[in-house]
Design a protein around this ligand. Structure first.
Ligand SMILES: [Zn+2]
Length: 186
């Protein structure tokens, strides 16, 4: 995940926008919410929020674009090596689908938002697969087959489409190839 790198980079450190009191979604205690502004070259400013609970240690991070806001479907085609490097601003409430690979991630209440790349999203699927396939009952052949496919996808050796369904319009894939479609509220 690029989160660590992002926060440590001296030259482009996030700027604190505001602090506020919040309730911890985990234990209900008083928590602190800090919102930062972070500037991405050739794109603009994005927001980063960090909610921290001093009582139970729960931390929730999220990212959002400071433009847009309309519900939208974000479509990005991976067609050739290099396409996997596109930056993805993935808000916590956003659903990700890669139809050609049969993959989907539903947002959950504890989902975190983060900045990653298409390669990073595929790596998340590889990590999830490894944990599922480490069980004794896991079908070996299927696991190997899917792992091989994901490794190819990670290096853009196969073509596929990354689709983000974002009802708050705060996610994005940073590329001139990205296309957008309106989504019905829901
Ligand atoms: Zn808490």
């Amino acid at each position: 995940m690029m989160w660590g790198n992002l926060m440590e980079r001296e030259e482009r450190r996030p700027v604190e926008l505001f602090k506020s009191d919040a309730k911890c979604p985990n234990c209900g205690s008083d928590a602190k919410l800090v919102v930062y502004k972070y500037s991405i070259p050739y794109y603009g400013d994005i927001g980063i929020s960090v909610l921290e609970c001093g009582r139970c240690g729960y931390v929730h991070r999220d990212v959002f674009t400071l433009r847009g806001g309309a519900p939208r479907k974000i479509v990005y085609r991976v067609e050739k090596p290099g396409d996997e490097n596109a930056l993805v601003i993935r808000s916590s409430h956003c659903r990700i689908e890669i139809p050609e690979l049969g993959l989907a991630v539903e947002p959950g209440i504890y989902s975190q938002g983060y900045i990653t790349t298409v390669e990073g999203i595929i790596q998340d699927f590889i990590d999830a697969l490894e944990s599922i396939c480490s069980s004794d009952e896991a079908p070996r052949d299927k696991c190997e087959e899917l792992r091989a496919l994901l490794e190819k996808a990670k290096n853009a050796e196969v073509k596929y489409t990354v689709i983000l369904y974002d009802y708050l319009g705060s996610s994005d894939v940073l590329s001139s190839k990205t296309t957008y479609e309106e989504l019905e509220e829901g």
